[in-house]
Design a protein around this ligand. Structure first.
Ligand code: BGP
Length: 479
């Protein structure tokens, strides 16, 4: 495998799934702090008021807050030069409406960035990874309300002012496209409900969905412009959940269905952020969903001035679509699609398709003039078993190593194809709470954390076999 010099290798996390310390030092509660755990058949419930009997997995998560030095040292041991994390908006601005951030929150991220630097690891920071302040959710229906744009910009501009010399790579909204009206799965149902004020069982209000997205596009574009105006050295990126979708058959109607699905699910949000304008097919899409966003005078200029510098996305699997009755359904955490008879799947039914990653990278490259791109989430959620051999804890996870090797090879092939891929961050390189199900037993990590679904565990860390596999891939790529 061949990778360009300086290629960024690392892992990706989100504060709500990893950080813990949910109310430490005055931190406010964010949307995810109100979410209970669920499982593959039970959607995560969002409680307006905390139930003292219930367990909220984000509260403690896997405690990066208390373990960041130990964890970063382990990341460095794997050879990383990048670490994707999110800043927890409510650790800085507890309700989202304060004018000044909490000193303790600022100090925490100062320490994290300094520790990363000491290990030669570049932070890649997501400004919003489902951590909307709950106060904005209950008071304004969050992103359904335009006022959130300004609240977000106060926060994002503070972050850029404070950390522009410590953080070169920034992402605005994680998987912003998951707010599309048809994203209809456990997590997106909960999120859209809270972004738009829809109740879980009410039919989706498509208008609110498009408006909530529009407001996030505007907040993102304003943040990008602010960065470009003040700190030209930083790189600003989008983040799309890439739902790679194939036609199930060669019936031309299936081909067209796949094209529409890609436009609706992937390109709509990506095009706005990369090209700075709604794409031509937005009209068709809005018509299909019977609603369109309220685009006010001045909005188009804001979008045009906030184009991102690099393109990032998550890629876990591919799906199919067909206009015929045959074909079986499958579900990701955000989207539904059809199964592909040629592919195998994980324990959670996510189909494994490394060639689909190569295809996706090439699609992004050809659509956006070979913009620098980064795969900022890719990974394999599985049940792990801890065994003790000669008094040492071992986790043998060949399934994870196989997935990693196959996707690293696909990356290398796509780079060979000519695509400008600058980095790769594995999702959940240390075990974290699952976003979709809130489970701990759906583990992605190269590093095991002793934390379980019932809240038990002493949080100690252990290297899995895949830890050494990733270490080797990184080292080999630099030879
Ligand atoms: C993405 C999210 C992540 C992450 C990942 C894996 O959609 O950006 O936050 O959790 O999916 O999904 P899950 O945790 O549901 O297995």
């Amino acid at each position: 495998m061949a990778f360009p010099k300086g290629f960024l290798w690392g892992g990706a996390t989100a504060a709500n799934q990893y950080e813990g310390g949910w109310d430490a030092d005055g931190k406010g509660d964010s949307l995810c702090d109100h979410m209970r755990g669920g499982d593959v058949n039970t959607p995560r419930q969002i409680d307006e008021f905390f139930d003292p009997e219930a367990l909220y997995p984000s509260w403690e998560a896997t405690d990066f807050y208390g373990h960041y030095e130990e964890d970063i040292a382990l990341f460095a041991e794997m050879g990383w030069n990048v670490f994707r994390m999110s800043i927890n908006w409510t650790r800085l601005f507890p309700t989202g409406e304060e004018a000044e951030p909490l000193a303790a929150g600022v100090e925490f991220y100062d320490k994290v960035f300094d520790c990363l630097k000491a290990h030669g690891i570049e932070p890649l920071v997501t400004l919003s990874h489902y951590e909307t302040p709950y106060s904005l959710v209950s008071k304004y229906n969050a992103w359904a309300d335009r006022r959130c744009i300004d609240f977000f910009c106060t926060y994002s501009q503070f972050c850029l002012d404070r950390w522009h010399d410590k953080v070169k790579y920034w992402l605005t909204f994680n998987e912003v496209n998951t707010g599309m009206p048809f994203m209809n799965n456990a997590l997106s149902t909960s999120l859209v409900q809270h972004y738009t004020g829809n109740t879980a069982n009410a039919p989706r209000d498509n208008k609110l969905c498009f408006n909530a997205l529009h407001h996030q596009f505007l907040a993102g574009a304003k943040t990008v412009k602010y960065a470009h105006d003040h700190y030209p050295e930083v790189m600003m990126g989008n983040m799309t959940a890439f739902i790679t979708t194939y036609p199930l058959t060669c019936d031309p109607a299936d081909l067209l269905a796949a094209q529409y699905k890609l436009q609706d699910a992937d390109w709509y949000a990506s095009d706005v952020q990369v090209r700075g304008a709604y794409p031509y097919y937005a009209k068709r899409l809005w018509k299909d969903y019977g609603a369109e966003p309220d685009i006010l005078p001045g909005d188009e200029e804001i979008l045009a001035e906030g184009c991102v510098d690099f393109f990032t996305y998550s890629y876990y699997m591919s799906m199919t679509i067909t206009t015929h009755d045959d074909g079986e359904e499958m579900a990701g955490n955000m989207s539904l699609g059809g199964k592909n008879p040629y592919l195998k799947a994980s324990d959670w039914g996510w189909q494994i398709d490394p060639q689909g990653l190569r295809w996706t990278i090439n699609e992004v490259a050809s659509r956006y003039n070979n913009i620098p791109q980064m795969v900022v989430e890719n990974g394999f959620g599985a049940f792990d078993e801890v065994v003790v051999e000669d008094g040492v804890e071992k986790i043998h996870d060949p399934y994870r190593s196989d997935y990693l090797k196959a996707h690293a090879a696909a990356l290398s092939d796509a780079i060979d194809d000519g695509a400008n891929v600058i980095g790769y961050t594995w999702w959940g390189p240390i075990d974290v709470v699952s976003a979709g199900t809130g489970e701990m037993r759906k583990r992605y990590g190269f590093i095991y954390v002793d934390k379980h679904d019932d809240g038990s565990g002493d949080m100690h860390r252990a290297r899995k076999d895949s830890f050494f596999e990733y270490q080797k891939i990184i080292a080999d790529s630099r030879k």
